[in-house]
Design a binder for this molecule. Structure first.
Ligand code: UTP
Length: 297
């Protein structure tokens, strides 16, 4: 029987160097797409997927994330007093309440890599497989990517499950790339993956993006993982090491993914969402952009 995914880990302790100077004082995960911070999209996706516990791996300098994520009763009272009850209600719905929700914050004091960040969550996860969501990979769509992956995982445990999308060959050097051995619907069976290969060396064009369902054995693998690319403890290295024993598969989610850790990706996500909202039609028109134009970009 496949064990239930009860915990989602949100690694949010990184430096966000690609987005400087915006991230000098503001955590990357709080940068908004129009009016909603990236972390909020990730929380909403995890909630929709029905996870019980959310573990945020943050950094002491990024306490603003905690302030955004948790309910702020004083702010809501202030809004109520100013006659903005609907706004107060909206904030209450999106925030996590430490009393009603199962929320844990744990610190990664040094950004030693994504794998190390996930390892920091080890003592705080519930039994069974865990989900990992990278908030800077925004995936828009219904159902959410995490819901789709949890459903696929429940249909049959194939070991670690990683979200994948097909990328242009010349972009393989930006991603972990799956070594694909077969296909089964949205599942890509794989016997490993290669971190950031040159296009000529890439085993496929199936790139890993920021959603994972990981067998709990990942924590032991991470504890013994030596630093990889950039001198960081890489999550993909630990997943790939388990491919032979634990097993692994890619999952082709149905939504659209934006790399909001990059300025171009953030702009693309903003234009995409603006194009869906009639409120912004005039603004887009002012810049010579029409909805069809933006969607095709
Ligand atoms: P990224 O590699 O995209 O984030 O990690 P980064 O290192 O902050 O960004 P750049 O490359 O310098 O611009 C993906 C996610 O993993 C977290 C980040 O906060 C981000 O949400 N992360 C990364 C950690 O929590 N700890 C780390 O040591 C590294």
């Amino acid at each position: 029987m496949t064990a239930q995914v009860r915990t989602a880990i949100f690694p949010v302790a990184g430096l966000g160097t690609r987005f400087l100077p915006a991230t000098k004082a503001t955590p990357k995960e709080l940068l908004p797409v129009i009016d909603t911070p990236l972390i909020q999209y990730a929380i909403d996706e995890a909630r929709e997927a029905g996870v019980e516990r959310m573990v945020f791996v943050s950094h002491p300098s990024k306490s603003a994330i905690e302030r955004h994520v948790l309910d702020d009763a004083d702010l809501r009272a202030e809004l109520q007093a100013r006659g903005k009850a609907a706004l107060a209600e909206e904030l209450a719905e999106t925030a996590l309440c430490p009393v009603e929700d199962d929320v844990v914050f744990v610190m990664q004091d040094e950004p030693l890599g994504l794998g190390h960040a996930v390892l920091c969550a080890r003592d705080h996860v519930l039994p069974g497989p865990v989900a990992v969501i990278l908030p800077d990979d925004l995936i828009l769509g219904r159902p959410g990517a995490l819901s789709e992956m949890i459903a696929a995982h429940a249909r049959g445990d194939r070991g670690h499950l990683v979200a994948t999308m097909t990328v242009p060959r010349e972009e393989t050097r930006k991603y972990g790339i799956l070594s694909v051995t077969g296909r089964d619907g949205p599942l890509l069976l794989a016997d490993g993956m290669v971190e950031k290969p040159e296009p000529a060396d890439a085993p496929s064009a199936e790139a890993v993006v920021g959603r994972y369902i990981l067998d709990p054995a990942i924590f032991e693998a991470l504890a013994t993982q030596t630093p990889g690319a950039g001198g960081e403890i890489q999550l993909t290295d630990a997943i790939a090491r388990g491919a032979g024993t634990i097993g692994m598969a890619g999952f082709r989610f149905s939504g659209r993914r934006f790399d909001c850790g990059s300025k171009a990706g953030m702009l693309s996500a903003t234009l995409h969402l603006a194009a869906q909202d009639p409120d912004y039609a005039d603004v887009l028109a002012e810049h010579g952009l029409r909805s069809e134009h933006v969607r095709a970009a």
